[in-house]
Design a protein around this ligand. Structure first.
Ligand code: MG
Ligand code: ZN
Length: 367
């Protein structure tokens, strides 16, 4: 019922507001055609700093001309989880922890991905977690609890998303709640779908004219320490692919998911590896944006994880990293922006404003 209501609202929205609104006067100097939103899950300033010093004092993040800070609290809790954090980016509303694409009152909220799709832009989700995990899920699904992974998977059939890359194939192919094979359903819907055994991304994405889905693993993808290496490559391929799918532009979300997991486990070395992997993905997105000239890249985090502190080490290169918790903290987290409209991301504001800014830069009306 909720799904029907949402589809109906998107339909009415597209029907009545099919014309893009004029940009609000005096906002951005230039408007981007494409927007790449990159979310470092758990990436607070300490995680960025640790990556910086562990990497000989350089990060791709230094190339961003605009920087900001966001408040990450959930509707009732000071400390957000990744579901409420991503729903704030996707829908522009503060919601309860665990909510996937729902308001605090449990109503489905149209996501920026759905709105971009309704306006004929191409859309994509790339993550180093399962594709049904809270962060990517909040851009495409409307589910009362992040743990309902199989229910989240069904939403990938309800949106005409052009590309998704991540783990979690079992939620599509080996379902406990019903007998559906969503992998086969995606193929029937016209997707070029592949699993990790049939196809590797280093061959590039085939130019088949079809939307593309690639599963990196049956369950959660490995950590960088255990050999995962597809995120930077996916960040290089996805913008090229999406830019060919629509001449109106694209919306792409890329997540570095496992900075958070390493910090939950209080594993400093892994946190640094995941941070640097995400920074390489950032470098790939920046490369595309520089060539393209019409692409805005925004990098931010849903929250900080671990209360990471950088203490005095033996020298500049030897980091002494300590954690204060195995959960998230309420610290402000950074925002970096590059490209047309980047100046809107300077300052200190709420995580929900990320959605508002993206929507206004795409010139999509409020829903
Ligand atoms: Mg996440
Ligand atoms: Zn977490």
């Amino acid at each position: 019922m909720k799904q029907i209501a949402l589809l109906l609202s998107i339909f009415i929205f597209s029907f009545h507001n099919g014309r893009r609104l004029e940009p609000p006067a005096g906002k951005a100097e230039h408007y981007p055609k494409n927007i790449i939103l990159m979310i470092g899950d758990g990436m607070g300033l300490a995680q960025v700093t640790a990556g910086f010093y562990a990497n000989g004092e350089k990060l791709n993040l230094e190339q961003f001309p605009a920087t900001g800070l966001i408040k990450t609290h959930a509707s009732k809790n000071l400390i957000t989880d990744s579901a409420a954090g991503a729903t704030a980016f996707a829908c522009g509303c503060k919601t309860y922890n665990g909510a996937i694409g729902l308001t605090a009152g449990k109503k489905p909220c149209p996501t920026i991905l759905e709105q971009a799709e309704a306006f004929g832009l191409s859309t994509g989700l790339v993550t180093s977690s399962s594709i049904t995990h809270a962060t990517p899920a909040s851009f495409i699904a409307h589910v009362s609890d992040r743990q309902y992974m199989e229910e989240i998977a069904t939403w990938f059939l309800q949106t005409d998303i052009d590309l998704f890359i991540g783990g979690g194939m079992k939620y599509f192919t080996n379902r406990k709640t019903d007998q559906r094979n969503l992998y086969a359903e995606l193929q029937e819907k016209g997707y070029l779908v592949s699993d990790f055994s049939g196809y590797t991304l280093d061959k590039g994405i085939p130019d088949s004219g079809k939307p593309f889905a690639w599963f990196s693993s049956l369950e959660e993808p490995a950590s960088v320490a255990d050999g995962r290496d597809y995120l930077p490559l996916a960040a290089r391929l996805a913008p090229e692919f999406l830019s060919k799918r629509s001449d109106k532009g694209f919306f792409l979300m890329i997540e570095g998911a496992q900075i958070d997991w390493a910090c939950h486990a209080n594993k400093a070395d892994n946190a640094v590896l995941e941070m640097l992997d995400f920074d390489r993905a950032i470098g790939e997105a920046l490369e595309f944006a520089k060539k393209d000239g019409n692409t805005l890249v925004i990098v931010t985090a849903d929250h900080e994880t671990g209360g990471m502190a950088l203490l005095r080490g033996e020298n500049k290169q030897s980091l002494n990293i300590k954690f204060n918790t195995d959960y998230h903290t309420a610290s402000l987290v950074p925002v970096f922006a590059y490209g047309p409209g980047a100046e809107l991301f300077n300052g200190l504001y709420d995580n929900t404003d990320i959605y508002v800014k993206i929507r206004s830069l795409f010139r999509l009306p409020a829903m």
